[in-house]
Design a binder for this molecule. Structure first.
Ligand code: M6P
Ligand code: ZN
Length: 186
């Protein structure tokens, strides 16, 4: 028997291919708690896809020592003046970190520590982002084209969405005269 095999997944450009790749999409109707302008939100169709994620989970969730890989594709657009963005999460196991690598488009990685201090890093093709443990993370598409980035995170990190769903980030990213700006979330 040959000991040389094909890889289990491949990435051609920004497309992840392989039988074990799992895909989900997040529609506006799944994201009603994250956008602040509820009036603008209800003007848009709830089945509008805001972002898609293709992931490879080579080990069981919660396995210590494993790594997961995923690509997120955020469509361009706004709800009111707030850019289309991901739900955002802390890791359930708080000290777990993550890497992001931008492939195409323009965006912002919004970060918040456990003291609720919020800041952001610009994302553009080639940008590499290290997200330390204990830091919540969300990505927003600030451009006119799809924002695609890959991510690597520990298989036992988990996602804590509830904390963000309840309290949000302390700042929101809005377009002010076309410029992405972080303003207080009140
Ligand atoms: C990246 C990773 C994933 C995450 C995805 C979408 O690919 O961080 O773990 O699921 O972005 O982000 P969210 O889960 O916050 O919607
Ligand atoms: Zn994460």
């Amino acid at each position: 028997m040959s000991t040389i095999t094909e890889p289990r997944i491949t990435q051609i450009g920004k497309e992840l291919k392989g039988a074990l790749v799992e895909r989900i999409d997040r529609k506006l109707g799944d994201l009603t708690d994250i956008f602040h302008d509820k009036g603008a939100l209800h003007q848009l169709p709830p089945d509008r896809v805001i972002y898609e994620v293709a992931s490879y989970f080579p080990v069981q969730h919660d396995t210590e020592g494993g790594l997961f890989y995923g690509i997120t594709y955020i469509h361009p657009g706004v709800v009111g003046n707030e850019y289309f963005m991901t739900k955002g999460h802390f890791h359930r196991v708080r000290n777990r970190g993550e890497y992001y690598f931008t492939m195409e488009g323009e965006g912002m990685l919004i970060l918040m520590d456990e003291q609720r201090k919020t800041w952001a890093e610009k994302m553009y093709p080639g940008s590499v982002h290290y997200i330390p443990g204990h830091v919540a993370h969300r990505t927003a598409n600030t451009g006119d084209t799809v924002l695609s980035f890959s991510a690597v995170w520990p298989s036992d990190a988990g996602h804590d969405y509830a904390t963000i769903s309840e309290d949000g980030f302390s700042k929101i990213l809005v377009s002010q005269d076309g410029i992405p700006t972080l303003i207080d979330n009140r």
